[in-house]
Design a protein around this ligand. Structure first.
Ligand SMILES: Nc1ncnc2c1ncn2[C@@H]1O[C@H](COP(=O)(O)OP(=O)(O)O)[C@@H](O)[C@H]1O
Ligand SMILES: [Mg+2]
Length: 225
């Protein structure tokens, strides 16, 4: 089979695999409610909401992938408070963090900073990088998102305290379908490629910085387009 056909086939089976898990969880929860096995408690509805958020993140991910493949350049820019926005992004990820006791630190300088960006594309970058930080930091429990401005640029850094990424593998990880030394079942190797695409649309760039400990991803894009 030609390489691109193989890649397509892999992708479809990964997508199906990733969607199957939340769909079957939600189905079981609804069946138990319908049969009267479970009582409709707020906690159960919260779990079901988590699962639904997980599915909607996956769907957004694949919509962005198809936008990337079509080479769409369209940005829908607005000005918003980045601190509040990051809180919102993180709060939709409780399906990943609930059992793990992860501490998020959102450090925005100055605290009420507003920036201009495309909220949907930026959200994909945040979700992809935070999901990676959770997945690959192997039980370390702190993730920092730092926002600052330098001269003409916005800088958003995603910092974790896991094993980090060796210098020699860093560049290739941004290519589509490429996974690193530490990978976990069910991934697609597309998260960083989609994030780099979204950064480029903002006339910016996503880089991995040197660090003593863990991984630091830095998104840099101009304050004004
Ligand atoms: N925070 C991180 N710490 C260590 N390795 C990472 C981190 N983020 C990404 N990686 C590496 O980069 C690879 C590519 O990431 P990504 O494009 O999101 O694909 P996927 O998560 O599906 O494997 C991962 O397989 C992993 O090896
Ligand atoms: Mg990923």
């Amino acid at each position: 089979m030609a390489k691109s056909r193989l890649v397509q086939k892999d992708l479809i089976s990964n997508v199906s695999h990733e969607l199957r898990t939340p769909v079957s969880i939600l189905k079981a929860q609804l069946e138990n409610l319908a049969d009267g096995i479970d009582k409709p408690t707020p906690a159960l509805f919260e779990q079901m909401l988590d699962t639904t958020n997980q599915m909607s993140d996956l769907i957004e991910f694949f919509l962005d992938l198809s936008r990337l493949q079509e080479g769409k350049q369209f940005l829908n820019l607005s000005v918003f408070k980045i601190g509040d926005y990051l809180e919102e992004c993180i709060s939709s990820l409780t399906y990943l963090t609930r059992a793990k006791n992860i501490q998020f630190i959102i450090d925005v300088q100055p605290a009420d900073l507003s920036i201009m960006a495309d909220k949907n594309r930026l959200r994909q970058i945040v979700i992809n990088l935070v999901t990676n930080a959770i997945k690959y930091s192997l039980g370390t429990s702190k993730i920092i998102i730092q926002v600052l401005q330098d001269g003409k640029n916005n800088l958003i850094r995603f910092i974790d305290f896991g094993p980090g990424i060796p210098k020699k593998t860093r560049k290739k990880l941004f290519a589509r379908f490429t996974r690193g030394d530490i990978s976990q079942q069910g991934g697609t190797g597309l998260g960083l490629a989609i994030s780099q695409w979204a950064a480029t649309l903002h006339k910016g760039k996503l880089d991995i910085l040197d660090s003593k400990e863990g991984a630091i991803f830095e998104l840099k894009f101009p304050k004004n387009f």
